[in-house]
Ligand binder design. Structure first.
Ligand SMILES: [Zn+2]
Length: 326
């Protein structure tokens, strides 16, 4: 019996020991797993225990349109936001060549700008070589000087002059000429009419231009509303020389081109001792596009489609003159 009791005690002690060792092993394994787990979370990508080909952080799918509802993602998952202080790299801009670009860096065409722009452009034109064809486009009136006005709609001559001149400038530049406009907006060239005329005269007397064309609209007022159609003026003094023969040629060339493109049928040019015809150093002509005192002309001259046809015709007339076709 004593031996039996002793064997039982021994067996019980052995069992307790085995259980204790087993429990200790379990505790060690559990602590080890916890340590590994906490290391891989707090230090992703740097834990030497992680296999190198295992992504440290599983990528979060980017939102398609708007951020997903907050309940769908754990609160600590924050989508990367753009740091406002990080400068965005400037986009690489490749300059697109425009038709008016050339080796001088002076645009053939410029139809909008202040009077300061006009004067700056004039200085640029003085640097162009004589081999280039420079056209002086004198845009009549402007600002405090509206010129005449349409009797039906009140449209001003200054506005029509600018609209037709801009189209004409585009057509001439498309032919390869450099075009200078005496004004590129709805303003006067100077503070008084006298100063305005003086400035235009000074520009016209420069020897840099190959052709000078002034754009105006006619009017005979309420007394005669029947007069209509284009008039081409040039200067022809009694002792007319080679310069004035060129003026006449230019005027005729423009008139012919207008008659070919529109229903105009005027057969002859007109002469007059007018500043815009007399003063220019280059062959010069004045285009009185039509009569704003005539209802039909007023309607036509205010119509963009007619303005374009008319401007294209004047450009063709200038081109024909320069090419010696007339
Ligand atoms: Zn006028």
């Amino acid at each position: 019996m004593r031996n039996n009791q002793a064997a039982k005690r021994q067996e019980t002690t052995r069992r307790i020991l085995v259980i204790a060792i087993f429990a200790l092993l379990l505790a060690i394994i559990f602590i080890s797993i916890k340590m590994i787990a906490s290391k891989s979370c707090s230090n992703p990508g740097q834990s030497g225990m992680l296999p190198t080909n295992t992504p440290a952080v599983s990528p979060t799918p980017a939102p398609t349109e708007t951020a997903a509802p907050e309940t769908d993602r754990p609160s600590e998952t924050v989508l990367p936001t753009v740091n406002p202080e990080t400068p965005t790299p400037a986009p690489v801009v490749t300059p697109v060549p425009t038709p008016e670009q050339n080796q001088y860096g002076i645009p053939r065409l410029m139809v909008e700008g202040s009077m300061n722009d006009v004067l700056a452009r004039l200085e640029q034109f003085k640097t162009l070589p004589a081999s280039e064809t420079l056209i002086l486009l004198d845009v009549g009136h402007g600002g405090f000087d509206p010129g005449t006005a349409g009797l039906d709609t009140g449209v001003t001559e200054a506005d029509i002059n600018l609209q037709i001149s801009r189209r004409l400038a585009e057509d001439l530049a498309a032919k390869g000429y450099f075009v200078f406009m005496t004004r590129m907006g709805e303003y006067a060239c100077a503070d008084t009419k006298k100063n305005d005329m003086n400035l235009r005269t000074r520009i016209m007397r420069l020897d840099i231009f190959d052709v000078s064309v002034s754009i105006h609209q006619n009017s005979l007022g309420k007394d005669d509303r029947s007069a209509h159609g284009v008039r081409l003026y040039h200067y022809k003094p009694a002792s007319a020389g080679a310069k004035y023969a060129k003026d006449e040629k230019l005027a005729k060339s423009i008139l012919e081109a207008i008659c070919a493109a529109t229903d105009e049928n005027r057969s002859h040019t007109d002469t007059g001792n007018l500043m815009v015809c007399r003063e220019p150093h280059a062959p010069a002509a004045l285009v009185e596009c039509g009569f704003l005192s005539n209802s039909e002309d007023e309607k036509k001259l205010s119509n963009p489609a007619y303005q374009e046809v008319f401007a294209q015709a004047v450009a063709n007339g200038i081109e024909n003159f320069l090419n010696g076709a007339n």
